[in-house]
Design a binder for this molecule. Structure first.
Ligand code: NAD
Length: 239
């Protein structure tokens, strides 16, 4: 059975690429966001911190798979807003998903949730968030991620969280805009560290595609024995 998708934060930079890729492969997709930037797909206006608004959109659209990319931008000095949207809002999305019998939830976390201010090399998703969070944004993203992972198996719900690092590409309104402002203000003569700093960047189309792949793979593991075992038993052989 084909999934029906609701992209939460689907008016944003990453969300719009996810929506476009779903449309391009012929999927049924709607957007839930506080702002509308695309008339081509059904749109539900709402705030994720309101469970009822999310549940209404889920019921009306017949969603079976939520892709939740919504967050305030990273550089705000507003811890209360981060907590409201990324922690309480994500919990409201989970509660609405369970209430509406949704099968899948893919959450856009961030590589920043594991950052502790020191160099991190050869790490993977097993690295937990640091005890002392870097800032309110990363702390709220980590708490949102934790809630999503804990919700795996609640009701009919299967969940997965992805941790992209910096995202670049068409439609970006944060990274290039910030760099361009620095350039316009003539503040180009500065250096952070000793010029050996490294940072991961991923093209937005690839991050979007990772969300589609994660959704596709998020299926209940088959309880049937592997095919080779079945064949062996049928042939009367034991191994
Ligand atoms: P964006 O600001 O372009 O998009 C976020 C969208 O969420 C916006 O359309 C916004 O209106 C919506 N939104 C915000 N609060 C909402 C609320 N309360 N209810 C409903 N919708 C709400 O951001 P982006 O760069 O596309 O980032 C998408 C996701 O990827 C975020 O979760 C972010 O934390 C994560 N992320 C981004 C980067 C990056 O470099 N851009 C890196 C790592 C992780």
């Amino acid at each position: 059975m084909k999934d029906v998708y609701l992209v939460i934060g689907g008016s944003g930079f990453l969300g719009r690429h996810i929506v476009q890729q779903l449309v391009d492969r012929g999927d049924n997709v709607s957007v839930f966001d506080i702002v509308q930037r695309n008339d081509d797909v059904p749109f539900y206006s709402g705030d994720i911190s309101d469970q009822e608004q999310v549940a209404t959109a889920l019921r009306r659209s017949g969603t079976t798979c939520i892709i939740h990319t919504a967050s305030p931008p990273a550089a705000l000095n507003d811890p209360a807003l981060y907590w409201k949207v990324n922690v309480d809002g994500t919990k409201a999305v989970i509660a609405a998903a369970v209430e509406c019998n949704v099968r899948k939830l893919v959450y856009t976390s961030s590589a920043g949730v594991a950052f502790n201010g020191a160099d991190l090399t050869d790490i993977d998703e097993r690295l937990p968030p640091p005890e002392q969070p870097m800032d309110a944004y990363n702390e709220s993203k980590a708490k949102g991620e934790e809630a999503v992972i804990e919700a795996n198996g609640k009701g009919n719900l299967l969940t997965v969280a992805l941790r992209p690092a910096g995202i670049f590409g068409p439609g970006d309104r944060q990274v290039m805009a910030g760099l361009y402002r620095v350039f316009q203000d003539n503040k180009t003569h500065f250096q952070i560290g000793d010029n050996t700093n490294m940072f991961d960047w991923t093209y937005v189309g690839n991050v979007a595609y990772a969300h589609l792949l994660a959704a596709d793979k998020l299926e209940v593991p088959s309880l049937a024995p592997p095919l080779s075992t079945v064949l062996t038993e049928k042939e009367g052989q034991t191994e």
